[in-house]
Ligand binder design. Structure first.
Ligand SMILES: Cc1cc2nc3c(=O)[nH]c(=O)nc-3n(C[C@H](O)[C@H](O)[C@H](O)COP(=O)(O)O)c2cc1C
Length: 190
């Protein structure tokens, strides 16, 4: 997977849910797929991730807040983004155009830039029944965001670490490949 003779840059954006703890495996696998990976977390997502390990794996700092105006950008520009996992909170704020975390600011801009975007919403089954949730998912889908959501696989409330076991890691990787190839004009949209 090359862009102008270089590897495409993927921002993996992690929100505050247990699957964020599995990012090291995902990063390694995405790198093997040909992506240069940078990790951004929400402030809550930071609690679920090992930033030192992810920095070591990616070679880039893990960012979770906007930079100061005088600071340089430390990450290369993104060619695509994946939100893994996307919390109920971030899905609803993203659909509403709220940018009060760096992650949301990047995602809101990415819609305007037309970047390939794949999101795995991961509310528990109770949160998924809140009326705001399907409206937000529909709104993001209508903006061209690829939403991977199977209600049968969502965790029960307070289900702990095993609740993350049904997370669709393989589907995420193949969907990322697909949306990127569509964006590059190498395959036709479905
Ligand atoms: C142990 C724990 C697990 C959580 N798991 C989830 C989850 O799977 N999905 C979700 O939508 N929120 C989950 N939350 C709640 C979010 O972390 C919380 O709503 C937070 O404000 C999300 O912020 P963010 O969207 O900026 O990451 C969890 C919270 C805790 C403490």
């Amino acid at each position: 997977m090359m862009t102008d003779g270089r590897q495409p840059v993927l921002y993996v954006i992690a929100c505050g849910g247990r699957p964020a703890g599995e990012l090291p495996n995902l990063v390694t696998s995405l790198q093997a797929d040909g992506w240069t990976v940078c990790v951004v977390t929400t402030p809550s997502g930071r609690k679920f991730t090992d930033s030192a390990r992810l920095t070591e794996l990616t070679g880039y700092p893990v960012r979770d807040d906007y930079k100061r105006p005088e600071e340089p950008d430390v990450l290369p520009p993104a060619d695509a983004m994946a939100v893994v996992p996307a919390t109920f909170n971030t899905i609803n704020k993203w659909a509403g155009g709220i940018s009060d975390t760096l992650a949301l600011g990047l995602l809101n801009e990415a819609i305007g830039l037309g970047l390939p975007l794949v999101v795995v919403p991961w509310p528990n089954v109770a949160l998924a029944r809140h009326p705001a949730f399907p409206v937000s998912v529909e709104r993001l889908t209508s903006c061209g965001v690829s939403v991977l959501l199977d209600p049968e696989r969502l965790p029960q409330p307070a289900s702990g670490a095993p609740g993350a076991a049904s997370f669709p890691w393989e589907e995420l990787k193949s969907e990322l490949r697909r949306v990127y190839e569509v964006c590059m004009g190498r395959i036709a949209p479905v």
